[in-house]
Structure formats: C-alpha cells, structure tokens
Design a protein around this ligand. Structure first.
Ligand SMILES: Cc1cc2nc3c(=O)[nH]c(=O)nc-3n(C[C@H](O)[C@H](O)[C@H](O)COP(=O)(O)OP(=O)(O)OC[C@H]3O[C@@H](n4cnc5c(N)ncnc54)[C@H](O)[C@@H]3O)c2cc1C
Length: 384
C-alpha cells in the first residue's frame, strides 16, 4: 500500500465506476477506482449489453438519448473494439389490441427525441425475418443496438488509466470516513486513502455502504438471469422485446443468441453469488421461441445470473446523498444501466467538477424519495 491520498475515490469498478473514472481523469481530476474483484465482475459482467433508449421511464429517456449520441463514437474515443452494433430495437406485440396503445406510447418518447416507428405486416417480416407468424406489429427504434459489456467496462477503465487514473482491482472498501459532516477518506483492506470526495458506484452493495452512514437507499438486490445458445447462422440483427412476455433477445457477432428479459435467479448477496433457477430457464426459452421460432432449433450453451440494485421506482439514484458533504452516488440502475454508461460518466463528472451536469438529473436524485409511501410488497422485499 503506497497511495494515501486522492481527490476522488470511486467505490466499484463496474461499468459506472469505470466510466466515471474515465470522465473525471480526462478532465484532469486525480481519481482512484477501487474494485474488490476483477473489472468487471458483477452486473456489468453479466449484462445482456442492450443499448436501448426505447421503453425507458420518461425521467431517464433524455439521458438515454444523449447516451446513444456518445455510443456512436465510443469505440473510436476509447480506442477499443467493444462490439457495438447499432441495428435497432423492436418491441413486438402478438395482441392486435396493443397496436392502438403503441401510438401514444411512441409519441411520448418521440417528444423526448427518440426516433421510433410502428412496423406491421410485410414490413415487420422484412425487418425481422424469422419472427413468429402470430406477431402483429412492433415499435422500432433504429438507433438502438447492443455492445459487449465486459469489453466496454474494461475499455473505460483502460482509458481512465491512460489519463492517469489509479485503477485498483482486488481492493475492497470497508468504510467511508467522515468528519464534521464532510467525507475525509475511505478505508480499504489495503490501507486508508484520504480524499475530498467519494463516489458510491458499488452496484447492489451500495445499500450496505450507504446504511453504514445512516442513509437508507430504497433499493434491493435483484438477480436477472441470462441464457446464451450455441452459435447459429446470422439471422437476427435487432434486439427484440415483446409486450406481455419477459423477453430481450439478440444475436451477438459470434452467432450466439443471448436471451434475457428479467427472468429471476436467486441472490446470495453476502456471498456475492447468484444462482440460476430452472423455472426461469424454461420460461425464458418458452417466451423467446414463441416470438422467434428459430430458437426451437437452438441448444442452450450457458446460463448465468448477475446481481443488480433495483430501486423502488426502477430508475437510478444519481447525485449527492443527504447528511454528508462530498458523498455522491450512482447506483440502482434496475437492470437497464449499461446503455446509459457513457452519459452517466459524463454527467457525474460534470456534477463533481462543474457542480452542474449538462443534462438535468435532479429528477433522479435521492430527494425524490422524501415522503414517498413505499408499497407494501416493497417493504416485504426489503425485510428480506
Ligand atoms: C443479467 C443482467 C442483464 C442486463 N442487461 C442489460 C441490458 O441489456 N441493457 C442495459 O442497459 N442494462 C442491462 N443490465 C443492467 C446493467 O448491466 C447494469 O445497470 C450496470 O452494469 C450496472 O453497473 P454498475 O457499475 O452500477 O454495477 P456493477 O457492475 O455491479 O459494479 C459494482 C461494483 O462494485 C464493486 N463493489 C461493491 N462493493 C465494493 C466495495 N466495498 N469495495 C470495492 N468494490 C465494491 C462490485 O464488486 C462491483 O464490481 C443488465 C443487468 C444484469 C444483471
């Protein structure tokens, strides 16, 4: 242990911590990224890698739209192949009654800058050859896509390092220190580091670190499950979701279909593991092959589960936490943070350096929970 001081200490080397480290370092801030495992090892290693604006909460959509503008040039900017493909996202429906619902739903998103159109009949089948015959229509956003989350996280961390960030994997933060209401440092299993500011980007473990400072983050750990099939001939270009089914389906450059959509595994947060659940594998294969029958020919190659913090309103918590000056948080991405990672790094760095992000994020701040009545079901979840 040699280092004893830094300007900003970031807890968590997932895609968010790594992106924040990169954006701070490139503007000359002295930054130390502390990750207790490999970079990445938790949600960002398990992620399906969807880079989607469509279907987002309207409080989050402006960030998603701005993020897509960054994705377009991210490989060049980071100097890395992160397998980014921009071939669209289609949310399909099998129910003719849904088609009318799509129109105002799409219009709300269009108002916030998303290019999105209805595709039906032959146009839909031309767009997605192999889509199930019962599928009636789809909402198509051509600028959505997907990328490789492991390569992206590593590319952010490597680029941060090139700008002088101190990247310390296999270093666990055991406490956040403060004095007189101000953050003063972090304690790690490799010694103490004094700092002016701490960014809490510890994913599903952010809640326990915040709790140690007396702050209750209204989030729980969830474990979405993923399936990859063996490689098959290239057929599907878009990411496909479906109304009324738990589905997120894509075919990655290696030919494997990657299937998710929120099917749950089981979480063991203290041991930092999550295990697949057979019922979810079966459910996920049933839903995906109903929408895309080609999958009836597929064999499952791998099943995995990742642990992610999900907030009560399923959008992230960004910005300062109450009570302690110098402590800021970026967590609770609720299963859809990967696509936001370039813009989260940007706005968090602007918040820290300029005190004001270039895109409004106050609607995603901790203050929104003040006075919020937690649903009964949620209270039970938190009680464990
Ligand atoms: C299965 C799955 C599929 C997903 N699919 C998509 C998708 O298609 N599109 C999309 O946009 N999003 C998706 N997401 C969500 C997205 O992957 C996450 O929102 C994003 O990866 C969160 O990044 P993070 O950095 O906040 O968290 P993480 O990647 O979990 O990183 C937090 C890090 O903090 C570290 N840490 C915790 N405590 C400490 C400590 N005390 N000291 C040091 N380090 C600590 C952990 O080891 C961990 O590496 C998916 C998530 C999952 C789980």
């Amino acid at each position: 242990m040699t280092q004893t001081r830094t300007e900003v200490a970031i807890i968590g080397g997932g895609v968010m911590g790594s992106s924040i480290a990169y954006h701070l370092a490139r503007r000359g801030v002295e930054v130390t990224l502390l990750e207790r495992g490999d970079i990445p090892c938790a949600a960002s290693a398990a992620s399906a890698g969807g880079v989607r604006q469509q279907g987002r909460d309207l409080r989050e959509l402006p960030l998603a739209v701005a993020s897509i503008a960054r994705w377009e040039h991210l490989e060049e900017e980071l100097g890395a192949d992160i397998h980014y493909r921009r071939e669209g996202h289609v949310t399909v429906t099998e129910n003719p009654d849904d088609v009318a619902d799509f129109l105002p739903w799409m219009e709300n998103q269009r108002q916030l800058g998303l290019e999105i159109d209805l595709v039906e009949g032959d146009d839909l089948r031309e767009l997605i050859p192999g889509i199930g015959p019962q599928v009636r229509a789809g909402a198509y956003s051509p600028s959505d896509g997907h990328a490789n989350p492991i390569l992206t996280t590593q590319a952010f961390a490597e680029a941060a390092k090139r700008f002088g960030a101190n990247i310390r994997s296999h270093t666990s933060v055991t406490a956040i220190e403060h004095e007189g209401g101000n953050v003063t440092g972090v304690v790690t299993d490799d010694g103490q580091i004094a700092c002016d500011m701490v960014v809490l980007a510890a994913g599903a473990w952010s809640m326990e670190l915040a709790a140690s400072l007396g702050v209750t983050l209204p989030a729980v750990a969830r474990a979405p499950q993923m399936i990859a099939t063996t490689p098959m001939p290239a057929l599907l270009h878009q990411v496909v979701g479906a109304r009324g089914r738990m589905l997120s389906l894509k075919q990655v450059p290696s030919g494997n279909y990657v299937i998710g959509g929120g099917w749950p595994g089981t979480v063991h947060l203290d041991r930092r593991i999550a295990l697949p659940w057979y019922g979810s594998v079966r459910g996920s294969m049933t839903d995906s092959s109903a929408i895309f029958p080609e999958l009836l020919k597929a064999r499952v190659e791998r099943v995995w589960v990742g642990i992610e913090a999900q907030t009560v309103d399923e959008v992230p918590i960004l910005g300062p936490l109450p009570g302690i000056s110098g402590l800021t948080v970026a967590t609770g991405f609720s299963g859809h943070g990967f696509a936001l990672s370039p813009i989260i790094g940007q706005v968090m760095s602007e918040l820290i350096i300029d005190s004001k992000p270039s895109i409004e994020i106050s609607q995603l701040g901790f203050a929104r929970f003040e006075g919020m009545e937690m649903p009964e079901e949620w209270r039970e979840l938190r009680a464990g």
